[in-house]
Design a protein around this ligand. Structure first.
Ligand code: BTN
Length: 339
């Protein structure tokens, strides 16, 4: 975990945090202005800036002043908790941030067993056993992705609705940031120009899983992987021609913390204060390009080939096979085999 990283501790660390916040909010500021705002002499500001650079922050001195280009990982937790509190946002108020972990969803499973605050946001720079749906792997390298999981109490969510609200939030965030259109692929992929840019993995925690008749849902983990800085060569070769990142679709670099904040804002709107389901479903369907597509799926132990007659993100996929028979394929029981 990153709690003990970053320069110094105590007072020095808090001064660095204040300076970072000033730079983050103001983009560019002169040393004199920073000195006034922090009530520290200019020499101190130079020293703190140097400490921040040494901890990996991208800080540039331009004729207009000091400019923050990138916040290094050790500062994320403090920045997020502070800014979420100030913005009145629930998501981001309780954060665990890891340089490396097996899977942020695993961390949520552990946290679910303990009395951790909820919603809890778990972040990692890199995962060693990141997972996708149906036992697939979700690969990552440091500095490139948003890898996050949110532990949500069941009272605030159910798995089907989360698939809809979270997938839509990811799509809307990408549209707002990069000014592109996105598509959603049922149940939970987000694509730009036919290439996958984000995936979502929702897992449910049960209080009494052994009682199959009446298991009680206590929490959900909403896991999101969003590709931010990758270029084609960064993806595993098997998926490189089908994967995209924010950098690839917009031809520019992105500060992951700002991307995360934009996503948290949208997730909070969609998932914690959801509008009427009908408007969410309309917004989701407007982005779904699968109607009429010929699909081969595995559903409830059967393989089905059919055209998509309808999709309801809450109910599932409706396929009509060549005999005219109609099959309702629920998200939990269905894997799309092709295309
Ligand atoms: C998929 O498309 O199959 C879902 C991918 C979900 C990946 C994210 S990355 C953060 C979280 N931790 C994981 O191990 N998986 C999810």
């Amino acid at each position: 975990m990153t709690d003990d990283l970053g320069p110094g501790s105590g007072i020095e660390r808090r001064r660095c945090e204040r300076l970072l916040r000033e730079l983050y909010e103001n983009q560019t500021a002169t040393v004199e202005a920073l000195s006034r705002r922090l009530s520290r002499p200019p020499a101190d500001i130079h020293r703190l800036l140097e400490l921040l650079r040494q901890s990996g922050c991208g800080i540039e001195t331009t004729p207009a002043g000091v400019q923050l280009n990138d916040i290094s990982w050790p500062w994320w937790k403090a920045m997020l908790e502070d800014r979420s509190g100030a913005a009145g946002r629930m998501l981001g108020r309780h954060v665990l941030a890891f340089d490396q972990t097996t899977s942020t969803n695993d961390v949520c499973w552990q946290a679910a067993r303990q009395a951790e605050e909820r919603p809890l946001l778990v972040l990692a720079d890199v995962q060693t056993r990141g997972r996708g749906r149906r036992g697939r792997r979700w690969e990552s390298k440091p500095g490139q992705s948003l890898l996050m999981s949110i532990l949500l109490p069941a009272a605030l969510s159910n798995a089907e609705t989360l698939t809809l609200t979270a997938g839509l939030a990811v799509a809307q965030t990408i549209e707002t940031l990069a000014g592109v259109s996105t598509a959603v692929k049922w149940p939970n992929d987000v694509l730009v120009d036919g290439k996958k840019i984000a995936g979502i993995l929702i897992e449910t925690h049960w209080a009494n899983p052994q009682e199959m008749d009446s298991p009680t849902v206590i929490d959900h983990t909403l896991g999101i992987g969003l590709n931010v800085g990758q270029q084609t060569a960064d993806f595993p070769s098997q998926i490189a021609d089908r994967a995209a990142s924010l950098a690839m679709i917009s031809h520019r670099a992105w500060d992951r913390l700002r991307v995360l904040e934009a996503l948290l804002e949208q997730l909070e709107r969609n998932c914690l204060h959801p509008p009427a389901p009908a408007s969410l479903i309309t917004a989701w369907k407007a982005r779904c390009t699968m109607l009429g597509q010929l699909l081969r799926v595995h559903c409830g132990g059967m393989e089905i080939v059919g055209r998509v007659a309808d999709i309801d993100p809450l109910e599932g996929l409706v396929l009509r096979d060549e005999t005219g028979a109609v099959h309702l394929c629920k998200a939990r029981e269905t894997t799309i085999l092709s295309p």
